[in-house]
Ligand binder design. Structure first.
Ligand SMILES: Nc1ncnc2c1ncn2[C@@H]1O[C@H](COP(=O)(O)OP(=O)(O)O)[C@@H](O)[C@H]1O
Ligand SMILES: [Mg+2]
Length: 355
């Protein structure tokens, strides 16, 4: 398997659009790396550059330390699974999976063996005679993946392969895909706009916004130590609470005095914001008071919106509690915050605050 590297890669479309803006990252052999970001941030373009379907405007793409910019898609030997699956409607499942092997003029019996074992791995052995229109979304998706796997390529590229599936299937396929690509030891670059999917599946996540890589890191690092407010807000469901730190008196309701002093100093340098993940607010303990405005049941947990006064205005925070707690909309409540888990942002960049 292979290692991929981007060095100062740009992709421009015309004068105005910079779809990929100075991308630098690597994907190690056998690694499962996810490109994560909102729609239009340059994920598909990045995959197309790797596959050779688009050419870079600047910079170098390397596989195993060799520059591949000039190679055609077929010389790169990279398998890409498109969001649309791109199956041939007039061919059955067997033929759809076998295409890459037939292009290579592999013998009929070898093709049969190879397609048979891939189909078994994907649990679609009984569907080989069917046409794509006779398959469910999840089955079509497996066929598209089968066609990628059968080639034993240098790299796998997957562009939002689960986006068209219903929620339950998407959840199940997440786990299956992760196990599958690890079992074939495939170097895989996976694209999604779904942060939960990225957290659940990846060895490493590359977070993008407007063509610019924001952060590269393991899922836990991205979640716990986001480099900026964009990453903190984009990753995590329900979203992180963001509160602006405006004055010391209000802050002293939330934090110990040493932290308040440090925060106050920071406000001289620009806009200071505090990020509080919902799971780090503890209800029923502490000296911050508020009123419950909304309760959203989420299975074993309740997502509770509490309105509290801060900065001489009303702000809302969301927090999680177990669904066994008796609570109603309109209740007066008190809560505290796990200070050690707070994130601080100065002009949108995360900073460490002592105290
Ligand atoms: N062929 C193209 N011509 C012009 N602009 C394009 C083309 N392909 C993509 N773009 C633009 O580049 C940006 C990134 O697109 P894309 O890579 O498809 O984003 P994503 O896959 O993250 O949703 C978008 O602003 C998109 O409109
Ligand atoms: Mg896309």
């Amino acid at each position: 398997m292979h290692r991929l590297e981007f060095k100062k890669v740009y992709k421009r479309f015309g004068e105005k659009v910079i779809a990929v803006n100075n991308a630098n990252f690597f994907v190690d052999e056998g690694e499962f790396v996810t490109l994560l970001g909102p729609s239009g941030c340059g994920k598909t373009t990045t995959l197309r550059l790797i596959a050779g379907l688009d050419r870079t405007s600047e910079g170098e793409i390397l596989i195993n330390d060799k520059i591949i910019n000039a190679l055609s898609p077929s010389e790169r030997d990279i398998a890409m699974v498109f969001q649309s699956y791109a199956l041939y409607p007039h061919m059955n499942v067997f033929e759809n999976i076998a295409i890459p092997l037939q292009v290579r003029k592999m013998s009929k019996s070898d093709v049969k063996t190879r397609v048979g074992s891939i189909a078994q791995m994907l649990g679609i052995s009984t569907l080989l005679d069917r046409k794509p229109r006779e398959l469910s979304g999840g089955q079509r998706q497996r066929v598209a993946i089968g066609r990628a796997l059968v080639r034993e390529p240098n790299l796998f590229l997957l562009d939002e392969p689960l986006a068209n599936l219903d929620a339950i299937l998407r959840h199940r396929m997440r786990g299956e895909l992760k196990a599958l690509f690890h079992s074939v030891d495939g170097t895989t670059i996976y694209v999604t706009h779904d942060q939960e999917e990225a957290l659940a599946m990846s060895d490493k996540i590359v977070v993008m916004n407007y063509g610019v890589i924001q952060q590269i890191g393991a899922p836990e690092e991205i979640y716990k130590r986001p480099v900026n407010k964009f990453v903190a807000v984009f990753v995590g469901n329900p979203q992180i609470n963001i509160i602006e730190a405006k004055n010391a008196e209000d802050m002293s309701k939330l934090f110990s005095s040493s932290k308040v002093n440090a925060l106050e100093k920071l406000t001289h340098d620009g806009k200071v914001e505090i990020g509080i993940r919902p799971e780090n607010i503890v209800l029923g303990k502490g000296n911050i008071f508020g009123k419950v405005t909304l309760i959203e049941p989420m299975g074993a947990n309740l997502l509770v919106s509490v309105e509290t006064a801060l900065n001489s205005e009303k702000i809302k925070v969301k927090l999680f509690i177990s669904n066994t707690v008796k609570i109603s909309e309109g209740d007066d409540v008190n809560f505290s915050i796990k200070e050690s888990e707070l994130l601080f942002f100065l002009n949108e960049k995360r900073v460490d605050v002592e105290g």
